[in-house]
Design a protein around this ligand. Sequence first.
Ligand code: ADP
Ligand code: MG
Length: 478
Amino acid sequence: MEWETVIGLEVHAQLQTKSKIFSSASTAYGAEPNTQACNVDLALPGVLPVMNQEAARMAVKFGLAIGAKVNKRSVFARKNYFYPDLPKGYQISQFELPIVGLGKMVINIDGKEKVVGITRAHLEEDAGKSLHEDFQGMTGVDLNRAGTPLLEIVSEPDMRSSKEAVAYLKKVHELVRYLEICDGNMQEGSFRCDANVSVRPKGQKEFGTRAELKNINSFRFVEKAIEIEIERQIDVIESGGKVVQETRLYDSVKDTTRSMRSKEEANDYRYFPDPDLPPMVLDDETIEAVRKTLPELPDAKRTRFIKEYGLTNYDAGVLTSTRALADYYESVCSHVKDNAKLAANWVSGELSAFLNKESKDITESPVSAGQLASLLNRIEDQTISGKIAKDVFEAMWASEGSVDEIIDKKGLKQITDSGAIEKIIDDVLAANNVQVEQYKNGQEKVFGFFVGQVMKASKGKANPGQVNEMLKKKLASA
Ligand code: ADP
Ligand code: MG
């Protein structure tokens, strides 16, 4: 039997407000446990939540960016359940009336566009954290995270493969970072995802029963977790069993999913409007003010980069992956004339490799956009070759000085004096009679050997174009 996979994702993006969604406690990551949980977060009797308006504006920003319906009136509801890291006994979330309604995201799969529907995006508070590792036979509870604002972005069950799910997740990740509403840090849990997965016989209309996969904290694990869950469900059905609706945990060490609990239905949560919080009402002015803060969005930027800088789809995608990288690239381009392609190669090549190696962000690059541009200008005006430029770049990275200082100090200036190059070529040919004979007998491959020898003798400084040209002439008359 041929099976079709159906996937819907629930993404939890921590909104990067300074204080919590209903209290003034700090949201900063990494503090001593329970030092950032105030009376509201601890659910002491008599305290009242006060809505953080910045969190609402961030949710609206997301809604506008995906062309969704922004609800001018939304309602906070209590989602009741018991867990040690939830001192109130309920989570404040939004249920029937979320702040963001229907919208969509467009993903790109093998060059083809696909629309993924967004059901809703709602505001809610995060719970605390249970700490199992630090305590023998006990569990610690850290409530620093309790009350951190989350935007839960719920997709329609529109994805049909793990690959589509990852593409969608990356797209959402890129967008929330562009909008500067979430830092996207998956290790710290600021961007998390639950994947709902089901299978059905190909051609069947109704969806199969889904399992919800939790505990997936990287793009790679999303893909793997979905893949093994698909296999598991197909196995269950093909061996005569039934998939049960449940929550499963992904174990990245064992590469399996295991059952955590049977899935509650919404009515088990006894949702009801929170009497402590009035409905949230947004006026047009607020929404329009938020609209004005929208940056150029990733898709628009990519299209513009392709047009304006003549980049390939791929290069434009790499260079617009974050706003900071795109800004850096544009800044380099503004300093190099008509050489956007060279700039693209260097930013996505050499520079990115160095950043990766040291796990640095583009904003931490020791080589500024202006400095990189001066280096590219020295390639362009033939002061140095592209190859030597890599050595200069390495020295710039180590803060050894400006481009020109490094070129001077290390004597890296390109040799373009044809007399000097000719002299080197003559020496190389004289010292390699055997190869000269081979070349004359038709072994053209030896040409590369000569180029290599000449470059080596010049310590990489001879102008490669001139070397090629002069070598050809010399050999023809040798
Ligand atoms: P809950 O709040 O219980 O998690 P929802 O109805 O809000 O349930 O659905 C959550 C997610 O599950 C959504 O992203 C939705 O697209 C997805 N989903 C619903 N039904 C299926 C299904 N049969 N297969 C895969 N995903 C599904
Ligand atoms: Mg869910």
